[in-house]
Each structure stands twice: as C-alpha cells, then as structure tokens.
Design a protein around this ligand. Structure first.
Ligand SMILES: NC(=O)c1ccc[n+]([C@@H]2O[C@H](COP(=O)([O-])OP(=O)(O)OC[C@H]3O[C@@H](n4cnc5c(N)ncnc54)[C@H](OP(=O)(O)O)[C@@H]3O)[C@@H](O)[C@H]2O)c1
Length: 339
C-alpha cells in the first residue's frame, strides 16, 4: 500500500490555491494531514475542507516541519524564500511560479506528458506556465507521430491568469465603462474592458514578452525538443474571466493530415476534440470553464507550411493551466513513491 503524505497548500487563499483545494478533493488525493498557508494578511481565515474547518496559518519555515509535499501558488519570491526550508526538511515542493522552471535540476512536468522526468527531482518540481500547459497535451501525441519542426502560437488569455486583483479590475473597469465613468487601471498597463492587450508580463531584450518566451522555452524543455527548434509566440490578454484560447500553427517533419491529427487527438489523454465546421461546432472559452479537458477544434491543413496543421485550442487556465496539473503531479509522485 502506498504511504499517505502530509500535505501543505502554500498560497491557499489565492485564485490558484482555492482551485488546488477543490481538485485535491475531486481527485481524492489520500493524505495523512493537510494544512493551509498564506501570508500574514489571510492568516486566521477559515477554510472548510472535507467536512472539517481549518484555520489558515501564516507561512513560516517551521510550517514545513513534517510536511512531505507542498503545493505552492504564492508567487516566485515566496517559493524562492521557502524552497530551501522545504527541501532541508525532506519535503517536495510542487511550484506554480516561474522561479525554478528553467533550472536544469528541476523537472518541468505536465502529468501524462513527461512523467518520467519526475524521477530526476531533487526536492523541487515545477508546474509550467498556463499557456504552455494546455498546449503540451495537444502537441505531445502529434509530435510523437510526425515530429515538430516549427511552431507558431498566438494566445488569447483570460484575466484570471493574473490573479485576484486582475479579475476584480475587469469587473470594475467594465462597470465604470458602461456607466461612462473613468477608471484607473492598475493590474494591466492598458484598460482591459472592451479591449485586447498585446502584452503579458514584461518585455525582454528581443522584443518578445517574458510570457511569450516562457511558451517557447518551456515547450522545448517538456517535449525534449532541440534548443534551436524555431518557436514564436504572441501572447495577448483578452477581457475574459476564465479560459485561455490559442491559435496554433505546427510544421512537422513528416506528413500529417487533418484527419490523422483529429484521430490522434480524439484518443489522447486530457484532450477533447470538437470539430465539425458544417454544424459550426468548435470549442469556445466558455466550453472550458470549470472543466478538465483541453478542447481542440478547427483542425485544418496549414497553407503556409509543407507538412503543416493549424488548430484552435481552449482550456480552463486555472485547472489544466495551474491547479489541475499541480494536483496531478502530486498524485503521480504519490503513486510513483517519489517523496
Ligand atoms: N492564475 C493563474 O492562472 C496562474 C497560472 C499558473 C501559475 N500561476 C502562479 O501561481 C501563483 C499565484 O497566483 P494566483 O493567481 O493564485 O495569485 P493570487 O490570487 O494573488 O494569490 C496569491 C496567494 O499567495 C499568498 N501569498 C502571497 N505572498 C505570500 C507570502 N509572502 N507568504 C505566503 N503566502 C503568500 C497569498 O496569501 P494572502 O491571501 O495572505 O495574500 C495568496 O494565497 C503565482 O506565482 C502565479 O504566477 C498562476
């Protein structure tokens, strides 16, 4: 029988943290003890979980005494601060921030895509960025069949990807806009209501944003692609609360027909194909709200590449893009006894 771990949720009061708590229950993760941690701001708040009331505690190094697995979504600096404390105490950190993702000693994992990489962990496992995550479940089966040669991704990302403050800003800015009032945007560089913003995260030296470079670099790490494989991403924030959409153009080394891609994706873990343009059947962000699959539609031959496919994919950014994969990794390391 597998051992039952002591689990801590770091960032339990945040957008991702709350979703992690829900999914631990849904996936029936077996644990011995569980605790909920936040900053001093939310310490003392109550959380109802599986019929019991828990008090949220302020995270301190001692909070991780006797903890086997930490599921963290409390920002990069918090993870950086507590990672050594967790590892020193023999715990495993599953981290949602970007702090360790490209560290060569840290596996970057999408459950059911590169599970074997988990075996290499040295106490820290990273969860990929939300826009990368949904893409991996789609690209893996296609890459296995025909080998990716070039990739172009355009994202249409929901505000929940930027946390609670961003969700509130979309609500307040929309209300102000409809009432003809002025609104001072803080979470985004430009007004988000009735608008589309071609910037997510800060700009880097090459003119791409950090978010766009995450998609390129994390995709290569997870799928073990060559460093020089060309990947280009444009990441865009849209006034949607929940659900990221992506237009994806893939060039393959070998021939891949739309029928073949449809068939492969229809039989892949975590993917649901909705693709019948004659009946106007294709996925929209609302289809993904609160559910697990990555939805794929508009699968067609790409006219710009020799062996190319274009497709549209949508998923719930808070589930597969963050919390669901974090909990699936937790489930895997329990099953594989890697803690
Ligand atoms: N939203 C997404 O789709 C998404 C996707 C992938 C990854 N992520 C990553 O997940 C992390 C959290 O995102 P979020 O959207 O859930 O943000 P959020 O709603 O702002 O929540 C942040 C959480 O972290 C806690 N926290 C902040 N500072 C802390 C500290 N010094 N010590 C302990 N806890 C602290 C907060 O506690 P208080 O309640 O006390 O403030 C809160 O529980 C970020 O690293 C983000 O990049 C988010």
């Amino acid at each position: 029988m597998t051992r039952k771990p002591n689990i801590a949720i770091l960032g339990a009061t945040g957008v991702v943290g709350r979703e992690i708590i829900k999914i631990i229950n849904e996936l029936q993760i077996k644990f011995n003890e569980i605790k909920f941690l936040s900053s001093a701001k939310s310490a003392g708040k109550k959380i109802e979980f599986q019929g019991k009331e828990y008090t949220v505690e302020e995270a301190k190094p001692e909070s991780f005494d006797n903890i086997n697995i930490v599921l963290a979504s409390a920002g990069g600096s918090t993870s950086q601060k507590f990672a050594p404390e967790i590892v020193k105490r023999g715990g495993v950190l599953i981290d949602n921030s970007s702090a360790f993702r490209m560290d060569k000693d840290v596996p970057l994992v999408i459950a059911h895509v590169n599970d074997d990489d988990l075996r290499k962990h040295k106490g820290i496992i990273a969860n990929p960025n939300c826009s990368t995550s949904q893409l991996m479940l789609v690209l893996k089966p296609l890459h296995e069949k025909a080998k990716i040669k070039r990739l172009i991704v355009s994202t249409y990302q929901a505000v929940s990807g930027a946390g609670l403050a961003a969700i509130n800003e979309l609500t307040e800015d929309t209300k102000a806009n409809l009432a003809g009032k002025t609104f001072e945007n803080k979470a985004f560089k430009k007004p988000i209501s009735f608008n589309v913003i071609p910037q997510i995260d800060v700009f880097t030296e090459n003119g791409y944003t950090k978010e766009e470079m995450k998609v390129a670099n994390e995709t290569k790490k997870i799928l073990h692609l060559p460093q020089n494989l060309p990947i280009s991403c444009t990441a865009v924030r849209v006034p949607v609360f929940r659900g990221h959409s992506e237009a994806v153009d893939i060039e393959f080394e070998k021939e891949m027909s739309p029928e073949e891609a449809r068939e492969l994706l229809s039989n892949s873990f975590g993917v649901k194909v909705i693709d019948n343009i004659e009946n106007y059947e294709y996925p929209t962000t609302r289809d993904a709200d609160g559910v697990d699959p990555v939805f794929v539609g508009r699968i067609r031959k790409n006219l710009a590449f020799q062996h190319g496919i274009s497709l549209w994919c949508v998923a719930d950014n808070l589930r597969i893009g963050a919390a669901l994969n974090t909990v699936r990794i937790c489930q895997k390391i329990i099953e594989m006894e890697l803690y």
